[in-house]
Design a protein around this ligand. Structure first.
Ligand code: 5GP
Length: 201
């Protein structure tokens, strides 16, 4: 599942709550060349890497997708995503809009969710709370202007007003998606095998 939102849209809070209350979801930790913010932990929030390390990962084909966001490089390591899928878990990627498009192209079964703050006031308040310098806030609002135009690409839109309700929406989306026929092939195969092996009541 890919969750994208304008910066300050509340992706991180949603992700943390989602992971805490539903063990089907696992965070796909991404890497970035952005400097660590106070309170962030390497290997938990991101893998913080140098531009050189990022380049080696990219050239070595280790990234599922990558993008330059607000002047920094961000990328999703492919290995952990594949491992989670193999275990039947749902990798949650909180990435930008361009990254969402790339992931959907490579894994068409990806469920894409666009998260919106309830309004501009809430968005600015969240950005200020992070103590971003005014110039950064301006850059992030400019990016948001471009990103909102991409909302139509996504399959679902969730308004992140109340955290609990937004998390509930995302879990419901996942429940519905899991019931779609293409995701139920194993069950269909099992029943059809049972039918073909049936020798009489
Ligand atoms: P921040 O610096 O605020 O943590 O993240 C800035 C933006 O980069 C956010 O929209 C975030 O979702 C996005 N982002 C984080 N990791 C990745 C990634 O691996 N790939 C892409 N394409 N975007 C990412």
């Amino acid at each position: 599942m890919v969750i994208a939102a304008p910066s300050g849209g509340g992706k991180t809070a949603i992700r943390e709550k989602l992971l805490k209350c539903d063990r089907r979801f696992r965070f796909s930790i991404t890497c970035t060349t952005r400097p660590m913010r106070p309170g962030e932990v390497n290997g938990r929030d991101y893998y913080f890497v140098t531009a050189g390390e990022f380049e080696r990962l990219r050239k070595g084909g280790k990234l599922l997708e990558w993008a330059r966001v607000h002047g920094n490089l961000y990328g999703t390591p492919v290995g952990p995503v594949v491992k989670l899928l193999e275990k039947g878990l749902i990798p949650v990627m909180t990435i930008d809009v361009k990254g969402a498009r790339s992931v959907k192209k490579i894994f068409p079964e990806t469920v894409t969710v666009f998260l919106l703050p309830p309004g501009l006031k809430a968005l600015v308040r969240r950005l200020k709370k992070r103590r971003e310098p005014a110039a950064n806030i301006r850059i992030r609002l400019e990016t948001a202007k471009k990103e909102i135009k991409e909302a139509a690409f996504f399959e679902y839109l969730v308004i992140n007003d109340k955290l609990d309700l937004a998390v509930r929406d995302i879990r419901e989306i996942s429940d519905i998606e899991c019931m779609k026929v293409p995701r139920k092939q194993a069950e269909i195969r099992r029943f059809s095998r049972e039918l073909s092996e049936f020798t009489g009541p």
